[in-house]
Design a protein around this ligand. Structure first.
Ligand code: SF4
Ligand code: SF4
Length: 391
């Protein structure tokens, strides 16, 4: 029997009928026009290795490493090819054999669950930014030097997941979320020890053992039956996939308790007291893991529509190129994908006089911030203006 090098399921690989309907939804295909950098091309390369004994050469590694893992190809696929699972398994093999995920990247990811170290490092980076000591190609927006006190628990109705980077870079959005929950009369608890990092970046990088360890810790940090509310799209997608990652009943039950914050609030908007509606246009940008993985982009619009005029981009939710650590690892392609996104923003800005873009993911916000600032537009998490619209 043939040895499956990548440990991919042949049935899943063969689900792809090569129809190509996913191609227009793939950012790397859209900016390069190269079949090998499309979902169909990548699946064919996986098949070649797994079913036709092709070698894992540098081209194969490049095809897999340049995938943003945005999963825009999944909802576009009529055959329901589980692309996310295929690429994660493939990345796991590449990381395990030292063909991807270099040591410096593993070291960087190892800091994420160590929250105090992460906060200190983030503050040092913020100071270096102000002193213009960071090279221009470091692809991050303006980091906060002061972030205020951590969010403290107020009750047990729900868990408010605070995460690692989200807390280091966008703690002010946690405060906005807390304010909205206060206004709804919902008491929230913050995760206990071990709840600092969801492991999404580790999972994307093929560091499966680290990802499962972090998932186990996060689950232990939020016991019980209360819903788990998440305001970072990437973390929410990861927590909702713990059932698949760990393949246990406990993990599946945990994932079923996870809600993107907009998803949870959308049905409760009438309970918010006297929202002030400012008739201003807000351009909505969909983080891929909110739209393609969680399918929670509709509730974001429900929330925004309560206090603003929602303006859509005309690119069908195509990825912005942030992709967790992708913009640091593949800066050239990430920049071209962002340029394409900026063209969509420019078309929207030509039609409406907007100065705010709403984005529910810290990675996207940081990736887009500088280019949008140059156009006089600020990136805000949708929950921030919602909190400001409260009386
Ligand atoms: S996950 Fe995104 S970048 Fe990767 S193949 Fe699918 S659409 Fe393309
Ligand atoms: S992944 Fe799906 S949409 Fe893309 S070529 Fe294969 S079957 Fe068609």
């Amino acid at each position: 029997m043939r040895r499956m090098v990548l440990r991919l399921d042949p049935d899943e690989l063969n689900t792809c009928v090569s129809c190509g309907l996913c191609l227009p939804h793939c950012p790397t295909f859209r900016v390069t026009g190269e079949e090998a950098l499309s979902p169909r091309g990548r699946i064919d390369a996986m098949r070649a290795v797994e079913l036709r004994s092709a070698p894992i050469d540098d081209d194969f590694v490049a095809f897999m490493s340049t995938c943003v893992q945005c999963r825009g190809c999944e909802p576009a696929c009529p055959s329901n090819v589980p692309y996310g699972r295929l690429i994660e398994r493939t990345r796991e093999h590449l990381a395990g054999t030292g063909r991807s995920t270099p040591r410096w990247q593993r070291w960087g990811f190892s800091v994420l669950p160590r929250h105090r170290t992460l906060l200190l490092g983030s503050t040092a980076l913020a100071v270096a930014q102000r002193l213009r000591l960071l090279p221009k190609r470091v692809p991050i927006g303006r980091l906060p030097i002061r972030r205020g006190r951590p969010i403290e628990s107020t009750g047990t109705d729900a868990w408010l997941y605070t995460g690692c980077v989200m807390d280091a870079w966008l703690r002010s959005t946690h405060r906005s979320t807390a304010r909205v929950l206060d206004a709804l009369g919902v008491g929230y608890a913050v995760p206990g020890a071990g709840g600092g990092c969801c492991g999404a970046l580790h999972s994307h990088a093929g560091l499966h053992d680290d990802a499962t360890r972090l998932a186990t810790d996060v689950m232990a940090s939020m016991p019980g039956d209360a819903p788990i509310l998440v305001n970072s799209a990437g973390c929410g997608a990861a927590l909702k996939e713990y059932g698949r990652l760990l393949d246990t009943d406990g993990a599946r039950a945990f994932s079923a308790r996870v809600f993107d914050i907009h998803e949870w609030i959308a049905g409760r908007l009438d309970d918010l007291p006297g929202l002030r509606r400012r008739v201003v246009p807000v351009i909505v940008q969909d983080p891929c893991h909110l739209r393609h993985v969680q399918g929670a982009h509709g509730p974001v619009r429900d929330v925004l529509a309560r206090f603003a005029d929602v303006v859509e981009l005309d690119d069908d939710g195509l990825c912005c190129g942030a992709g967790g650590a992708y913009s640091a690892l593949e800066p050239e392609l990430a920049g071209r994908i962002r340029d394409r996104k900026m063209e969509a923003f420019d078309r929207a800005l030509a039609a409406v006089d907007a100065d705010v873009v709403a984005s529910a993911n810290p990675g996207c916000a940081m990736h887009l911030e500088a280019d949008l600032a140059a156009r006089g537009v600020a990136v805000r998490h949708p929950i921030d203006p919602l909190a400001e619209a409260l009386p």
